[in-house]
Ligand binder design. Structure first.
Ligand code: NIG
Ligand code: FE
Length: 425
């Protein structure tokens, strides 16, 4: 056996991925119940060849076929669970400045919108970001990625949106691209020039700038994959959002949208009409919105950390799941919601939105990969998937939401290589 990168053996369980497609009563411990969504293999091993999952199965079988002594690395996972690396499909991780004082103002009763109306919030981060050097932006992003990786994110989306002019938006996308090259976390870039209207500008005039100046420049630069817009009362209307997303589509950028967060203004219906890759937030989405999103295959991304820090009611994840939607979860890491921890979002999804631990785990892995339109089985440990896996300091994936506010991740393997943490105990 050549190029056997890694054998992880004797794991108490290996989470392989969604249950659909698996013969329910012949493999692993998926009973033939209709509500079982996760396929897990008990007492299992994973063999990794050329950075990809070559096989998952009972330790005895796998180690016979892939002898650990032939592998470059061996991890004894006795008593511990192995799960796919998390995919965080919604972050605003590239910015400068500090808004910790706004956190306190919110605790004392001021609202997100009041703070924004006084020039705080996004526009404050824009001022700090425009002043930061390229090196500072990159090093701050890399340090956030270190933390995200330590909490188990092996793939993430990062949005621009704190530049609000062509020059700075391109600098932010460039920082994302450089970080992607330097850091183990795989990054997918989203252009979000339509995040807010710059100080002193009319919103229609700014939308015109985004459409005629920024989007063509972003397309020319060739880094961004998606185009996002903050469709919200007092930010960008549905018509303005449509202009931005259609211009993005004309330039090969797939649409994403911040929809129905504070008020229900019609962003979800717009996402459905445009066939957006995802619609995110959705705190105020109604039954009709849910139906439209499911019909058009738009992935709903829930950001429970944001509802949590803002003290808002959570999105109705159960209604989405009952309608058949592949609910994805993300941190929404940004200067307002300063959490880089997918495990924390998974806990909140269970506690606040009544997602089961299995549903929440799928939300943070396979469904999150769907929210980034990834088609290589990222977010699973199926044969052929990238070998992005987490060794938990716990016997079951259920400990991810259960250990609220803790990091259940002992070690992270990216493309078959140990990149952070330690398998030793
Ligand atoms: O997704 N809603 C818009 N954007 C971010 C917040 C950004 C900020 O406050 O800096 C979000 O929550
Ligand atoms: Fe966001």
């Amino acid at each position: 056996m050549t190029d056997l990168d890694l054998v992880v053996h004797d794991a108490s369980e290996v989470v392989v991925g969604p249950a659909d497609g698996w013969p329910a009563n012949t493999m692993g411990n998926v009973p033939p119940d209709s509500d079982v969504v996760l396929y897990t293999e008990p007492d299992a091993a994973v063999a990794v060849v050329d950075g990809e999952v070559a096989a998952v199965g009972p330790t005895e079988e796998i180690t016979r076929e892939y002898p650990p002594e032939n592998a470059d690395h061996v991890i004894d996972a006795a008593g511990r669970a192995v799960i796919p690396g998390f995919v965080d499909p919604h972050t605003h991780a590239v910015f400068a400045g500090d808004r910790s004082d706004e956190f306190e103002a919110k605790v004392r009763g001021r609202s997100y919108q009041e703070i924004a109306a006084e020039g705080g919030g996004i526009l404050r981060t824009v001022r700090a970001t425009r002043e930061a050097s390229d090196d500072e932006l990159l090093s701050r992003l890399l340090s956030h990625l270190d933390t995200m990786l330590a909490y188990g994110s092996t793939t993430a989306e990062v949005k621009s949106g704190y530049g609000l002019n062509a020059e700075t938006e391109l600098r932010l996308l460039d920082a994302i691209d450089r970080a992607d090259g330097e850091h183990p976390v795989d990054l997918h870039a989203t252009f979000m020039g339509a995040h807010a209207t710059p100080e002193g500008m009319d919103t229609d005039d700014y939308v015109e700038r985004v459409v005629s100046e920024q989007i063509p420049a972003v397309a020319e630069q060739g880094i961004a994959r998606f185009c996002d817009v903050f469709c919200e009362a007092g930010v960008f209307s549905v018509d303005q959002s449509r202009r931005v997303l259609e211009a993005g589509l004309d330039h090969g950028l797939d649409p994403k949208i911040h929809a129905e967060e504070f008020e229900r203004v019609g962003g979800a219906q717009l996402a459905a009409a445009l066939g957006a890759t995802s619609a995110d937030h959705l705190l105020r989405a109604t039954g009709n919105d849910i139906h439209a999103l499911v019909e058009s295959g738009v992935v709903p991304v829930m950001l429970p950390g944001t509802a949590f820090v803002l003290g808002k009611e959570y999105a109705d994840a159960r209604a989405f799941i009952e309608a058949g939607a592949p609910v994805a979860l993300a941190t929404d890491f940004n200067p307002n919601c300063f959490s880089r921890s997918v495990p924390f979002a998974v806990s909140l999804a269970c506690i606040g939105m009544r997602m089961t631990p299995a549903e929440a785990l799928l939300g943070a892995t396979t469904n999150a990969a769907r929210a980034l339109d990834l088609d290589d089985d990222t977010g699973t440990l199926r044969e052929g998937a990238p070998a992005d896996l987490l060794l938990l300091d716990a016997p079951s994936y259920r400990h991810v939401p259960y250990r609220v506010g803790e990091n259940p991740v002992a070690a992270v393997v990216k493309d078959g290589r140990l990149v952070t943490g330690s398998p030793e105990r």
